[in-house]
Write a protein that binds this ligand. Structure first.
Ligand code: FAD
Length: 581
């Protein structure tokens, strides 16, 4: 058995994971900080972030303030935001933007030489810093370069298969070394989960193929709770039919949405903010236009869409501010945004929910107790800063703020935590169990006849129907039954490739099998929440109900299934109000 002893283990090398690794090693330069990631570092999904990162940079010039950023975030999240977390985000994000500049991010400048800031949906002021529309690429390049210059150990192409928690304490992870096909035990005193979102659980998503969501399932199995999983963000403007993101920055720069009658229909849904209303509102508006017959129909796919009109912005703006968008549209549709409308429709884009944490990113179980030694950051975590709907550009800010914060806290903890030898036997026993599960039960099995694709399509269909933009209790119930069927079928999936090196079939099976309880958690949360709030819109309960549902949904493993409870929202400053734009 290969066993690697680390002080801090970080699952994931996206923006949150890299930021955490850098701050952990800077806090404890002698600590052994290990990043375990299933891709080659910077290929993580963060690299495709486009529009920018929120943070109030020049309050004295713009009249903006941290309070305004936090308030916009709380209102945008339909008051399900923990307000102490929103204030941390607003206060810490500016210094993270400046930190990124110091390590090499070439933020776009305005004519006065200041870092330029653009408007994003639901924001009362332009406060999003950006590098054209390739922000994630520049941030990830700078973070990876910086991380590689420090004594951080990278274990790339290592698929984490299990989180080891014994008697309420984090002990490490097991990971499949994809290059060799061997299971590795990583023992650690502290851990940070930064494994990103799970868009690939759905049929149409803007997320990359690595965002399969299994680490959330491993968390459930380890006794960790998930929070607010029913809040799935559908981004209003994904390219039709591929689902590739067309950044909100396009509307931030002045783009219009039009229906087939040529009307800027957002005037009927959000007369003040128009195209820059929060994403949940714009997505519902687009699908309402479709339902009522005012959308276009895509010939090949039959998908309904509306038009994004950027023609009036002119060549200069498109070239300087949105060059990647122009390239993507031309490559994937053959259309020219200077001449044509861009066909767009909603697609799954972000998970407001994730691993249940407190405002410091400490991972909690369903009783609200800290899983000792474990933190979570980035999209994998739910520190409750986005509530029921995330505002665009707040996610990169969150990755940086809680990446740094959890890195510091985990390092401080590891400096004082007990030596690893004390936990050795338990870790070895868990490793043996996992080895048996992967190589004897998943890779070689007697029964079979079902393909990975069949099970995946069943789950994607279930979530598409049950956890879409518009939801209905009866349909969610049917989707739950479909996921139960998928759980039965997964035991009958055969892996045809029994080789060790880069066994992608085995990898996909581990990912899908791991993510099935996550599909359950999303649907259970959606089923029980009898109201409409943010991205969760129930046609059978169309109103927000603060008297009963101003609470977080907590899902956790119970027997072989997933159960649910609720916990209060932390309201420290702003009382919930009606949310109009
Ligand atoms: C197309 C697109 C554009 C976006 N643009 C913006 C934007 O402009 N501004 C903004 O604020 N937000 C944006 N977002 C959201 C934002 O990019 C993401 O929420 C954020 O980048 C997530 O970063 P992360 O570090 O949490 O996870 P990721 O970058 O997704 O990284 C996850 C990491 O976890 C690892 N991992 C996962 N599972 C395993 C496993 N089993 N074993 C080992 N490793 C594992 C992966 O290898 C990867 O390294 C965008 C999202 C999309 C989809």
């Amino acid at each position: 058995m290969d066993a690697i002893d680390c002080d801090v283990i970080i699952i994931g090398s996206g923006m949150a994971g890299l930021r955490a690794a850098i701050s952990a090693v800077e806090t404890g330069p002698r600590l052994r900080v290990c990043v375990v990631t299933k891709v080659v570092g910077p290929r993580s999904h963060s690299i495709s972030a486009e529009g920018g990162m929120a943070g109030v940079l020049y309050p004295e010039v713009t009249g903006d303030s941290y309070e305004a950023h936090a308030y916009d975030t709380v209102k945008g999240g339909d008051y399900l935001v923990d307000q102490d977390a929103a204030l941390i985000l607003a206060r810490e994000a500016p210094s993270e933007i400046l930190y990124l500049e110091r390590i090499g991010v070439p933020w776009t400048r305005d004519s006065d030489g200041r870092i330029a800031q653009r408007l994003f949906g639901g924001m009362s002021r332009p406060r999003t810093a950006f590098v054209g529309d390739k922000t994630g690429f520049y941030i990830m390049s700078a973070l990876y370069r910086r991380a590689r210059s420090l004594p951080i150990e990278f274990y790339e192409e290592h698929l984490v298969t299990k989180i080891l928690v014994v008697r309420g304490r984090f002990m490490g992870v097991t990971a499949l070394n994809l290059r060799k096909g061997e299971l590795v035990l990583f023992r650690g005193r502290a851990g940070i989960v930064a494994s990103g979102g799970g868009g690939r659980l759905f049929r149409l998503t803007t997320m990359g193929y690595l965002n399969t969501g299994e680490v959330w399932g491993f968390a459930l199995r380890a006794g960790i709770a998930l929070k607010d999983m029913e809040f799935v963000q559908w981004h209003p403007t994904a390219l039709v039919p591929s689902g590739i993101l067309i950044t909100e920055a396009a509307r931030g720069e002045g783009g219009y949405l039009v229906n087939k009658l040529g009307e800027r229909f957002m005037k009927n849904y959000a007369p003040q903010k128009m195209e820059l209303a929060p994403r949940d509102i714009v997505s519902r508006a687009i699908l309402t236009e479709c339902k009522e017959g005012r959308g276009f129909t895509h010939e090949e796919s039959g998908m309904c869409y509306v038009g994004l009109d950027l023609r009036h912005l002119g060549e200069d703006v498109l070239k300087k501010r949105l060059p990647q968008l122009v390239e993507l549209v031309k490559t994937y549709t053959g259309l020219d945004p200077l001449v044509d409308l861009i066909p767009v429709a909603p697609a799954v884009h972000y998970f407001m929910g994730g691993i249940h944490t407190d405002a410091m990113g400490r991972v909690l179980n369903s009783d609200g107790e800290w899983v000792i030694g474990l933190w979570a950051a980035g999209e994998a975590a739910s520190v409750s800063v986005h509530g029921a709907n995330r505002l665009g550009s707040n996610s990169l800010a969150e990755c940086a703020v809680w990446g740094r914060l959890t890195g510091v806290e985990a390092a401080k903890y590891a400096l004082e935590a007990p030596q690893l030898s004390a936990i050795d036997l338990d870790a070895r026993a868990l490793y043996n169990e996992e080895e048996e599960r992967i190589f004897n039960r998943l890779l070689h099995k007697e029964v079979g006849g079902v393909s990975i694709g069949q099970v995946r399509s069943l789950v994607q269909e279930a979530l598409h129907r049950g956890a879409g933009v518009f939801r209905d209790g009866r349909v969610i119930g049917e989707s739950m039954a479909m996921v139960s069927r998928a759980i039965e079928l997964i035991g009958q999936v055969n892996v045809h490739d029994v080789g060790k090196v880069y066994n992608m079939e085995l990898k996909e099976l581990i990912e899908l099998e791991g993510a099935l309880p996550v599909a359950q958690a999303i649907l259970i949360g959606a089923y029980y929440r009898l109201e409409s709030r943010g991205s969760h819109y129930r046609v059978d309960y169309p109103n927000r109900d603060d008297s009963r549902w101003l609470v977080h949904t907590i899902t956790y493993r119970y027997g072989d299934g997933v159960s649910v409870t609720w916990s209060p929202v932390r309201i420290t400053k702003w009382r919930p109000e009606i949310r109009v734009y």
